[in-house]
Design a binder for this molecule. Sequence first.
Ligand SMILES: Cc1cc2nc3c(=O)[nH]c(=O)nc-3n(C[C@H](O)[C@H](O)[C@H](O)COP(=O)(O)OP(=O)(O)OC[C@H]3O[C@@H](n4cnc5c(N)ncnc54)[C@H](O)[C@@H]3O)c2cc1C
Ligand SMILES: NC(=O)c1ccc[n+]([C@@H]2O[C@H](COP(=O)([O-])OP(=O)(O)OC[C@H]3O[C@@H](n4cnc5c(N)ncnc54)[C@H](O)[C@@H]3O)[C@@H](O)[C@H]2O)c1
Length: 464
Amino acid sequence: MPHYDLVIVGTGSGNSILGPQFADWKTAIVEKGTFGGTCLNVGCIPTKMFVYAADVATTPSHSSRYGVDEELKAVRWPEIRDRIFGRIDPIAAGGAEYRKHHEDNKNVDVYTGEGRFTGMKELRVSFSDGRPDEVLTADRFVLAAGGRPVIPDVPGLEETGYHTSDTVMRLDELPRRIVIIGGGYIAAEFAHVFASFGVEVTVVGRSGALLRSEDEEVSARFTELAAERYDVRLDRKTTRARKTASGVALDLEGPQGAETVEADLILVATGRTPNSDRLDVAATGVTTMDSGHVVVDGYQQTVVDGIYALGDLSSPHELKHVANHESRVVQHNLLHPDERIEADHRFVPHAVFTAPQVASVGLTEQKARAKGVSYVVSKQDYAGIAYGWAMEDTTGFAKLLADPATGQLLGAHIIGPQASSVIQPLIQAMSFGLDARSMARGQYWIHPAMPELIENALLNLPLD
Ligand SMILES: Cc1cc2nc3c(=O)[nH]c(=O)nc-3n(C[C@H](O)[C@H](O)[C@H](O)COP(=O)(O)OP(=O)(O)OC[C@H]3O[C@@H](n4cnc5c(N)ncnc54)[C@H](O)[C@@H]3O)c2cc1C
Ligand SMILES: NC(=O)c1ccc[n+]([C@@H]2O[C@H](COP(=O)([O-])OP(=O)(O)OC[C@H]3O[C@@H](n4cnc5c(N)ncnc54)[C@H](O)[C@@H]3O)[C@@H](O)[C@H]2O)c1
């Protein structure tokens, strides 16, 4: 039974822990799937590469407002797909090769199998190629095993067949019609991608709005704009999935009674669940929340001394920048057990790369109300800044929440062009405690650039 100083389970953000600082440690890394994890292979990176192509494909649909008439002639899906994975797959393969065979990693054993705890700090690894299982023990473990898509309990779904974000990007050809179950991040991003490529999209949401966890005004605006581009069915329960002569059908129950949506394929985008169950973390004494996320303290350590966890396995944020931050914290804490640092989860931002883009950090207005926090709000439309005139934008806005007395920003929510970049100075201000007045007037804002949206929103805040 090989014994290690450190075993890491999962090669998403877990893979970035090992470096030259660990040269004297006997280490192992265990990966059951593709090296590099979700973000690289089936998450952030390929989706954003598809979204970029989708953004390009939609320009003819709005170019005439600038006096330029364009036409979308064709979308060459196999080429788009192969360009994207032709870049990503070699990176994943190169990462595996580096860990397995490079001189830098002579202290690292790579196990390409599935790990499952069988006792305190004892991990059994099973291999799909029929090799006998191996049992590893270690002084320290890092659990970075991520999550997987949740499949809702819809009668007939298994027999009918469905895609998830793990498979839909590798389709042989574009479907004519797609129905997406779910109204969150993945639904919003893929609805944009497929609608832009000319696919008839239907989104089925069980609540009354898309992107429901965004600020209420952002969610309402996004829902309205999405419904102009594709078929949005809200407040719907999916009662059955079935095959039809031409494809698939979902039977729905909604405010107007029973209805059916037909499509060529189903994409399930109803959230993700942590892999703590399949890793059987309980067998090593590690505890989980009701959501299945592993419980960690501020240092990212689980309840078991020497067992750390990070990323989607333990973080309800389920975002790559959070997983990366936590892996840096874990790396430091492994190397400096007497000077451990805490992870910083104060102002975790996110962006939804759909159309229009959505980005957010801090409290939404509904959360501020629910928490009884005292706040003031300001809103600035893209239509009110010079760059917004250039873009002829009529629907985007930034919304800020601030403490009326101190001017400290409490939340920022943007829907509109480049929201994911425009929000960054607000994340910086919140992280470093810069108040709204100082931020607005303590620096130049390039004229007439998009961040004037933020300058104006800051100046509009009705502070005491
Ligand atoms: C479609 C999609 C788009 C996304 N887009 C974004 C985005 O734009 N921005 C953003 O911030 N986040 C995005 N995310 C979320 C982001 O991908 C995750 O937050 C991030 O990848 C989590 O990293 P991780 O290291 O915790 O887990 P993962 O990257 O999931 O790595 C876990 C690894 O562990 C392996 N593993 C699991 N169980 C075992 C086991 N028992 N034994 C051995 N190996 C195991 C898995 O095979 C996997 O390789 C997206 C996610 C999806 C699905
Ligand atoms: N841009 C990004 O950062 C990005 C992009 C994609 C995914 N992600 C990460 O991946 C996670 C998973 O994405 P997601 O979109 O699957 O989850 P999500 O939590 O964003 O959305 C899930 C949606 O499915 C709905 N839903 C749940 N069960 C349902 C059911 N039975 N029938 C109909 N609807 C149902 C929910 O109401 C919600 O609207 C996200 O939480 C996010 O952290 C991030």
